[in-house]
Design a protein around this ligand. Sequence first.
Ligand code: URA
Length: 231
Amino acid sequence: MSNGEQLNLFQQPNSQPPTPAEVDIELIPTDAKVPIPPGSYKTMEVLAKQCQSCQRCELGATRINAVVGRGNLQAPIVVIGEGPGQNEDETGLPFVGKAGQLLEKILAAVKLDSEKDVYICNIVKCRPPGNRVPAAEEIAACKPYLLEQIRLIDPKIILLTGATAVKALTGDKRGISKIRGTWMEWEGCLCMPIFHPAYLLRNPSRDQGSPKWLMWQDIQAVRAKLDELIN
Ligand code: URA
């Protein structure tokens, strides 16, 4: 009997041998108490696949879709939001509702293309019911996915939208009004805290010193820094 024939004895009729990606997934811990080691995911595809069946926290029970990310996997900028809302839960894509449309406009204002120049994701991949702020245990359970996303993309700049994103990634508990527009370093990567677009929707004034005006200053600083880093 040839080697191939022997192998076939162990397979169900018509079944394919597991791909390397499928073998990886089997080995990655699914219990939130067991950390996911850095370097576990070879590709974003494998990570995304595991997120779709993730039950590391209670948000897994109520989601329609896990919302992993969108944009360029080689982007120089990663934008991190808080967590999916209803539109995102329904579509499986981050920042596609009203806040997302405003984010697109903010990026476009400094000629950043959301499909080419950025990758957009969230602190938690599943929608917190009623759009509440994600709980500390939910953030902790989901954080390995975010860290792996950042490792796979290896961006030059991370934009942290709102205080929850800043605290979840860096541990900095200061209010967003205090730290927005200031560069911070996290794990050797430049991070810029900015207002969350949803906050700008609630504060539409464009007067000097208003949140929208400050966002315009901040996004111009991001554009200038990116130009400096890539040229
Ligand atoms: N707000 C977020 O923080 N993330 C989204 O994906 C949508 C709205």
